[in-house]
Design a protein. Structure first.
Length: 74
């Protein structure tokens, strides 16, 4: 996989999760992809460019993302 993000996010099982569970998963995913999570293991595994690409792919392909995944327009 060029951009390491689980394909399970597109599965019917993921979509069927209770909203509170999906919310927790999205929050954690955003912490890692936004760079708020500073743990070295995430920085070593995902470059800034990779994290940005994953966010863009999710924005384009995953309906129902929380608003904090949306690009900031000025």
């Amino acid at each position: 996989m060029r951009y390491p993000c689980s394909y399970l996010i597109y599965s019917p099982m993921f979509d069927a999760l209770p909203p509170s569970m999906k919310s927790l998963i999205y929050e954690r995913l955003w912490q890692v992809l936004s760079g708020a999570e500073r743990d070295a293991r995430y920085r070593a595994a995902l470059t800034l460019a990779d994290r940005q690409a994953i966010v863009e792919i999710l924005r384009d392909t995953k309906p129902g993302l929380p608003s904090y995944f949306k690009p900031v327009t000025r």
